[in-house]
Design a protein around this ligand. Structure first.
Ligand SMILES: Nc1ncnc2c1ncn2[C@@H]1O[C@H](COP(=O)(O)OP(=O)(O)OP(=O)(O)O)[C@@H](O)[C@H]1O
Ligand SMILES: [Mg+2]
Length: 263
């Protein structure tokens, strides 16, 4: 049976969809069968990020409405035979869809996968409840910005009431140059404040929006390396954390910091 993991944050735009797609890709590279589910019903965009927009015939709403089976709505990734997506394509008002319906959709295919990753909508209303209720574990994504950290803190408190097996932290868009100079909160300060196990750190990387715009996962970059570490931590229980400050330390690091500041 699959481990069902919700990727959530509270605050919008911190990288839930990016993490869902790329973490899924990295787990699939470890030969784990992964289904990434777009539970952001209404404001969905996982299909675009994963480059399957043009291939969708049915989506999760069609399954819920009984127009097709879950298997018929699932798409296999072109480049990785272990990676699958259950898209949400319809623009719909989702308030009538409760968690029970999503659980039924997933029950049909749970046995086929090692991991099911649920891309949660922003906020803490019914969309959040729906996505978390059908999950066993959660990954809370935050950026190093105060507003995102405060929202992550509220979400972590809320997650306690769902009695999940585990709640992990991922810090996304970390800027090693700014952390070195103290202009951005550093990784240990954030993880000590939020006080849940740190699963990984993903750097701010220009390759992320560029490659996602082309409808593909991050393939050659610092972020790709960090997603691989994240997947290894999650799947194999390793405890490596990507050090986003490493290349900005020392004399050469100072030059790099100054160059980055001028770009
Ligand atoms: N590590 C990163 N480096 C650079 N850009 C990033 C990174 N992570 C995410 N982004 C960019 O940030 C933007 C928001 O990311 P994303 O859509 O994944 O956030 P989200 O939390 O899913 O948003 P929403 O709450 O609206 O669903 C996107 O343009 C994405 O390309
Ligand atoms: Mg999203």
């Amino acid at each position: 049976m699959a481990r069902i993991v919700v990727i959530t944050s509270g605050k919008g735009g911190v990288g839930k969809t990016t993490v869902s797609a790329n973490f899924g890709w990295a787990l699939a590279n470890l030969k784990q069968k992964v289904l990434v589910v777009d539970a952001d019903l209404g404001l969905n965009n996982l299909d675009v990020v994963m480059g399957v927009e043009d291939k969708i015939q049915y989506d999760i709403i069609d399954v819920i409405e009984g127009k097709c089976r879950t298997k018929q709505a699932i798409l296999q990734d072109d480049k990785n035979e272990y990676l699958y997506i259950l898209p949400s394509y319809h623009t719909c008002s989702s308030y009538k869809i409760d968690a029970e319906k999503i659980i039924q959709v997933l029950q049909e295919v749970e046995y086929m996968f090692d991991y099911i990753l649920i891309d949660c909508p922003a906020g803490v209303d019914e969309g959040f409840d729906r996505a978390v209720t059908c999950s066993h574990e959660a990954i809370v994504v935050t950026t190093p910005h105060i507003s995102a950290i405060r929202d992550a803190d509220k979400v972590i408190t809320l997650l306690y009431s769902y009695h999940l097996d585990k709640v992990h932290l991922v810090i996304n868009r970390a800027r090693g140059d700014l952390m070195c100079t103290g202009e951005m909160l550093d990784v240990s300060t954030i993880s000590n404040f939020l006080n849940i196990p740190l699963l990984g750190v993903i750097p701010e990387d220009d390759e992320v929006p560029t490659q996602l715009l082309q409808g593909g996962m991050v393939s050659k970059s610092q972020a790709k390396y960090a997603f691989d570490i994240l997947a290894n931590n999650f799947h194999n229980g390793a405890e490596e954390i990507f050090d986003c400050t490493k290349k900005y330390k020392g004399l050469i690091g100072m030059v790099r910091r100054n160059i980055k500041r001028k770009i």
